[in-house]
Design a protein around this ligand. Structure first.
Ligand code: THU
Length: 150
């Protein structure tokens, strides 16, 4: 755990970095941590989970999002909304040495539960990070609205 004290603003940073320590990445040795903050103020963490059948690997972002959907208190058809998602990635065992932007598949999965203004925070460290909106990372996207019946 980092030395800095925990508060609401930085909790998502600490959680994403901490989640990264749990990555199961024996093939790529590239460890990713993610943390989703939902509109109702809950946090859900995830790490990448690889598989000997490589294509079955699941990214950290999707683990965090699927945990949020499955474990959140929203039930009875209420749709979870992501307020922010933070991501930290880099060679396992080292601090991130670059900005690990989400892959295309994860951008689309974020899109399902977010809108163009949702913040995506790419963390190198608690004081070195970049913030993009989903609209910047996935412009002109396809989403649930396209399937709504008139
Ligand atoms: N990875 C993620 O966890 N998130 C991404 O957005 C990109 C890639 C993981 C998958 C794999 O375990 C490792 O990073 C190398 O691709």
């Amino acid at each position: 755990m980092s030395e800095i004290s925990l508060n609401r603003e930085n909790e998502i940073f600490i959680r994403a970095l901490k989640a990264r320590e749990g990555a199961y990445c024996p093939y790529s040795h590239y460890a990713v941590g993610a943390c989703v903050e939902t509109e109702d103020g809950s946090f859900f963490d995830g790490c990448n989970i690889e598989n000997a059948s490589y294509g079955l690997t699941v990214c950290a972002e999707r683990v965090a999002i699927f945990k949020a959907v499955s474990e959140s208190s929203k039930k009875n058809g209420a749709v979870l909304r992501i307020k922010r998602i933070a991501i930290a990635g880099g060679a396992k065992g080292d601090n991130p040495d670059g900005y690990a932007y989400p892959c295309g598949a994860c951008r689309q999965v974020i899109r399902e539960f977010a809108d163009e203004n949702t913040e995506i925070i790419i963390i190198k460290s608690t004081d070195d990070y970049k913030i993009s909106s989903l609209g910047e990372l996935l412009p002109d996207s396809f989403g649930p609205d396209h399937l709504k019946k008139e």
